[in-house]
Design a protein around this ligand. Structure first.
Ligand code: TRP
Length: 449
């Protein structure tokens, strides 16, 4: 067998993981979920979910990948009995499902680049979003974004994108910091900060049941967990790498980008957001777009800022979408004897069809998104941590500590955290989420509208 590749440098692995993690999940999804789930109360649950559930779960994926040095499905098959391969398969399905509407939002981003060039959204940012996010135009934009993603994967030229990501992630941070500073100078921005940052205890307690599934789902989505990507990336990591510190860097950077997005979006929405209702569905999904568009509409060189900003969002979305498609394509590629370009195109067509309802109407997008957050992602992560914590067990601590010798206590705490806290937390999330989807009156599952 040929020597398996490894990352040339440790920083290469960390940056690739950050590149996958930083995407629409931070810039679009996080402000959106915060807006529709009670503001600061959501942020508190989200941060707790990242720390107590997301971070340990990410380390589980790292351990599984580096231990087996296999693709996700074979990683399960190698260390466990046959049925565990289903866990890997679920991860592939989840990635496919999420990518179907990720492309739709990618299409919106493309139209915002155009809108920045011709100034189309300056007059009425809220109306522009409503027009961009529905109907045949949105389907077309989705197709264009998807075609770019498929083209890159079919040609196998991700390398270039990966290099671009390394420039783009720092650019996003710099741009967001600049925007956040400008936003801080707006009169009335305090109200936005209050909505985003000062949690109200009674809201938290009262709405815990509905907030928790979204907070946990957001942690998984934004960290690219439950979709086999971190398993795959870490399968190329050397035994002397400190997985704990690597994971910590990814989690911290990723969280900061999300917080920055919130610091930009909420003050703008509540000051010059042109009456956008941040708590309704469309206003929620439109939070990033309406807010930043309103911002660019009211500053000098707004068009230039707009093009640069949405261009950067585009690259962030593109790099994440590519790694999502990679998961499906490389699985299919390993198992079926079909040339890679054909596979990419066939999967692209299936993705397009699955995404049409989401493009047509944001109510469908919300429905697809809810299924992912409340059922697919938690279930997929649950299987992974059960496997790593209980099936592999002690051996996984040994793997975690390879390259992190001074962290023995952390290793033990980590093992019991994934065995009990993560498993318990995710079970709770699933129960609450499934209750919401299927059982409550006017259940979202049966009536997306
Ligand atoms: N984390 C990415 C984001 O925040 C989206 C994402 C979720 C992802 N799962 C993934 C990207 C798997 C690549 C692979 O936008």
């Amino acid at each position: 067998m040929a020597q398996r590749e490894t990352w040339a440098t440790r920083v290469g692995f960390i940056l690739a993981a950050i590149g996958s993690a930083v995407g629409l999940g931070n810039l679009w999804q996080f402000p959106f979920k915060t807006a529709t789930n009670g503001g600061a109360a959501f942020v508190v649950f989200y941060l707790a979910a990242v720390l107590l559930i997301g971070f340990p779960a990410m380390l589980s994926e790292f351990v599984l990948g580096r231990r087996t040095k296999r693709n996700a499905i074979d990683a399960f098959g190698r260390l466990g009995s046959g049925p565990w391969r289903i866990a890997g398969a679920l991860a592939v399905v989840t990635g496919f499902w999420i990518l179907s509407y990720y492309n739709v939002v990618g299409g919106w981003v493309l139209r915002y680049i155009v809108g920045s060039i011709n100034g189309a959204y300056f007059a009425n940012p809220g109306e522009y979003f409503a027009a961009v996010s529905a109907g045949p135009g949105a389907v077309l934009a989705q197709a264009v974004f998807l075609a770019i993603v498929v083209g890159i994967v079919a040609l196998g030229i991700e390398d270039g994108i990966e290099k671009a990501t390394k420039v783009m992630v720092p650019s996003i941070v710099i741009l967001m910091v600049a925007l956040a500073i400008w936003v801080a100078t707006l009169p009335g921005s305090g109200e936005g900060y209050a909505f985003f940052l000062s949690p109200d205890l009674s809201t938290m307690i009262e709405n815990a049941g509905t907030i928790i599934p979204f907070a946990v789902g957001q942690a998984f989505f934004t960290l690219s967990l439950g979709m086999a990507i971190m398993i795959t990336y870490s399968s190329y990591v050397g035994r002397d790498d400190n997985l704990i510190l690597d994971g910590g860097s990814v989690v911290i950077t990723n969280t900061l980008v999300g917080i920055l997005a919130g610091l930009v979006v909420f003050p703008i929405l509540l000051t010059i957001g042109a009456g956008a209702d941040i708590t309704t569905d469309t206003g929620g999904a439109g939070a990033l777009f309406v807010a930043t568009a309103a911002g660019f509409g009211s500053v000098p060189f707004g068009r230039l800022f707009g093009v640069v900003f949405f261009g950067v969002v585009f690259i962030a979305a593109l790099s994440s979408a590519i790694s999502l498609l990679e998961v499906t394509v490389s699985y299919a590629n390993d198992n079926y004897d079909v040339p890679r370009p054909m596979l990419s195109i066939a999967i692209g067509i299936a993705l397009f069809l699955l995404g049409v309802p989401s493009a047509w109407d944001t109510a469908w997008l919300t429905w697809f998104d809810n299924i992912a957050y409340q059922a697919l992602l938690p279930l997929s992560v649950l299987l992974t941590v059960l496997f790593v914590g209980w099936v592999i067990g002690r051996e996984s601590v040994e793997e975690l500590l390879s390259g992190a010798e001074g962290y023995a206590t952390f290793g033990t705490v980590w093992l019991w955290t994934i065995r009990l806290v993560v498993v318990g937390g995710v079970l709770l999330t699933l129960a609450l989420g499934i209750n919401e989807l299927f059982l409550v009156e006017d259940a979202a599952f049966f009536a997306p509208f």
